[in-house]
Design a protein around this ligand. Structure first.
Ligand SMILES: *[C@@H]1O[C@H](CO)[C@@H](O)[C@H](O)[C@H]1NC(C)=O
Ligand SMILES: *[C@@H]1O[C@H](CO)[C@@H](O)[C@H](O)[C@H]1NC(C)=O
Length: 229
């Protein structure tokens, strides 16, 4: 009776497709945590960390931004906010604009959020229908021309060459993969202290933010008191 099932070769044959799949599922670890910190409150100092996955070309992300900012300002410095760019595949220019945010962030970190707001305000300019007959290069040129208002005329050429720099492509891909790894399937998606808020894909108004964050801060205060006592 030849009993082959326990031979090391069989075990290897059994495991190798598995390890192949595992290596497929694993992306290289980036050197920095993904996303852009809004304001100056470090996530390790604030009680509550809000993470927002947003697409610069998504109307729901645009609608979510003012109330999120208002809530952030209300709670500052007890809340920190990280925005992760997340390009949705059905907005044709999302990936380009997410990459543009990474370029701005690398050139001058204070232009990242003004640029995000600029994209929110001018979504129609780079909508699917507005750009359906344009080449990718002419869209890049058009974006560059317009964003000089935000990044300054002296940064135009650096900004444009950012689109040819593989680092900015990598950074935008990391953002995308990171969102996927957390189950993001639309924008805006919000996580509070690492936990996904229900209703992903739609904007939250200021009152809703207050309802979510107020109880967390009360509980955090209680914890501080109980450790002192
Ligand atoms: C960075 O951007 C800010 C805001 O637009 C601007 O005030 C500042 O001068 C810029 N810094 C440099 C080094 O270009
Ligand atoms: C940037 O360039 C545009 C056109 O080339 C010009 O109209 C504008 O005044 C310039 N802005 C600054 C701040 O120099």
């Amino acid at each position: 009776m030849a009993k082959t099932s326990s031979s090391p070769l069989n075990l290897l044959l059994l495991l190798s497709p598995l390890s192949f799949l595992l290596s497929m599922a694993q992306s290289p670890i980036p050197a920095h945590y993904d996303g852009f910190l809004y304001g100056a409150v470090s996530p390790w100092e604030a009680s509550v960390l809000v993470e927002a996955f947003m697409d610069p070309m998504c109307p729901d992300s645009r609608d979510a931004w003012p109330s999120l900012k208002q809530a952030f300002q209300h709670y500052s410095p007890l809340v920190s906010l990280i925005v992760h760019p997340f390009p949705l595949p059905y907005h044709d220019n999302s990936y380009l604009t997410c990459r543009a945010l990474h370029i701005a962030n690398m050139l001058n970190i204070s232009t990242t959020f003004p640029l995000l707001e600029f994209f929110f305000d001018h979504q129609k300019k780079w909508s699917n229908s507005a750009t359906q007959y344009m080449s990718k290069q002419s869209i890049i040129n058009d974006i560059t021309k317009h964003v000089s208002l935000v990044i300054g005329n002296s940064s135009i050429s650096a900004f444009q060459s950012g689109f040819a720099d593989s680092h900015t492509d990598k950074a935008a891909r990391v953002s995308f993969r990171y969102g996927c790894s957390r189950g993001v399937a639309g924008t805006p998606y919000f996580f509070v202290n690492g936990f996904l808020l229900p209703g992903g894909g739609s904007a939250l108004d200021y009152k809703q933010w207050r309802k979510i964050i107020d109880p967390l801060l009360t509980r955090a205060e209680g914890q501080i008191e109980s450790t002192i006592i």
